[in-house]
Design a protein around this ligand. Structure first.
Ligand SMILES: [Zn+2]
Length: 403
């Protein structure tokens, strides 16, 4: 079971006092007195905040801080450093490792819960455990021209497929092999070929017992049903078996739709040459934003270009942002106003909107691996330049992530 706060303190008296105060303020919290168990507890409980005593036997607080902030599984967890003495050198080190707050011992009992709330907000869930669900994200994709990775997100026993690009065939085959799902939602952002080129080859379509909801936009001159038919016939490939699944098509626009309890999608219009959507997906308390084809203007935005600001409001504090990161900064200069973003603009946008995890998708298919690595490094540098610690990666075939 998750908790909101993990307290790491070798002194049980002080630790229990912190525990009581935080519980009285409505947070769920757990005390760890053996510093060697700190990291495994953090991974297991997935707290929003870790309070770390700096001077402890076993492993010291700074090493634990460093481990938490450098592990992609825990890097987004906030860490408050607690200390009776303030040694300047240690504070500097804690800061450089990514500490989010410093609290001086002994606590001011009145101020202490307030300080915590300024860092992580109000308690979630009544005096209980954190109700946030784990979302699993995976990617399939081949590095070929017109190939964009195909992603799926799973939570609460539900499956979402994000666009039907070429990787959809492999994704579908894996889903059938696993046998956990008989129903899925396919979210289509738009009908450019690289986003539907795997549609006709999606193995789920040939399963009589499968129920597929296809969600996407219509274009001004063409309804979604016609667009799907066209995409389907173009992408049948070698699989000529008849389509047997139950398929329901839902045309959506910039609105918010409750698909089931605890499950909501809010499409929004992206900045891309054809009618293109991005999706905010809310699943059991988690918010995932998927926006693979869109152009952020970044600092070059003119007064009339308010796209970044508008979408920033949708993206704000999302648990995961999967965003267009097609170009290196240098190449983007040659591709302005074509409807794709640079990794640096995407990273700065994620930082400005306090996103918790960033995946960059849709890198130009002509880029070799070395360029993808450089893009990842550039994005990380841009995040650091904004003073934030947001885990970030370029989507590649085989990516598997739990948040
Ligand atoms: Zn496109």
């Amino acid at each position: 079971m998750g908790v909101e706060i993990v307290i790491v303190d070798d002194d049980p008296m002080v630790g229990n006092l912190s525990l009581e105060v935080l519980k009285d303020a409505g947070f769920s919290a757990e005390l760890v007195t053996d510093s060697r168990l700190a990291l495994s507890t953090v991974k297991d409980r997935k707290p929003r905040l870790v309070m770390l005593d700096i001077l402890m036997p076993g492993i010291d607080g700074l090493s634990i801080l460093h481990q938490i902030k450098s592990d992609p599984q825990t890097a987004q967890t906030k860490v408050a450093i607690v200390s009776a003495k303030t040694f300047k050198a240690e504070m500097e080190r804690a800061k450089s490792y990514g500490a989010d707050m410093f609290i001086k011992k002994p606590y001011d009992l009145k101020d202490f819960p307030k300080q915590i709330k300024t860092l992580i907000g109000e308690p979630q869930g009544k005096g209980g455990t954190s109700q946030k669900t784990t979302v699993k994200v995976r990617a399939w994709g081949r590095r070929e021209a017109d190939s964009t990775p195909c992603l799926c997100a799973e939570a609460l026993g539900r499956l979402f497929i994000l666009d039907a690009s070429k990787g959809a065939a492999a994704l579908g085959a894996e889903i059938l092999k696993e046998g956990r799902h008989k129903e899925a939602w396919l979210l289509i952002t738009h009908f450019h070929l690289d986003h539907v080129s795997g549609l006709g080859a999606l193995p789920l379509l040939r399963e009589e017992s499968f129920h597929l909801h296809i969600i996407g936009p219509s274009e001004p001159e063409k309804k979604i049903t016609a667009l799907l038919k066209e995409a389907m016939s173009k992408s049948m490939g070698t699989d000529k078996r008849p389509i047997k699944a139950k398929i329901q098509v839902h045309e959506v626009r910039e609105e918010s739709y409750e698909l089931a309890q605890g499950l909501r999608i809010s499409p929004f219009y992206a900045n891309h040459p054809t009618t293109t959507l991005g999706y905010v997906l809310e699943l059991g308390g988690r918010r995932i934003v998927y926006c693979p084809d869109t152009e952020l203007y970044g600092e070059a935005a003119t007064a009339l270009q308010d796209y970044d600001e508008k979408v920033g409001r949708m993206v704000r504090a999302a648990d995961l942002l999967i965003h267009d990161g097609r170009y290196t900064d240098a190449d983007y200069a040659q591709h302005r106003d074509e409807g794709h973003s640079s990794v640096v603009n995407a990273a700065e946008f994620a930082a400005d909107n306090e996103v918790r995890y960033l995946l960059l998708i849709h890198a130009d298919p002509s880029y070799p691996d070395a360029v993808l690595e450089k893009m990842e490094a550039d994005a990380k540098a841009a995040l650091e330049g904004k003073g934030v610690q947001i885990p970030c990666a370029v989507v590649r075939d085989g990516l598997a992530l739990e948040i």
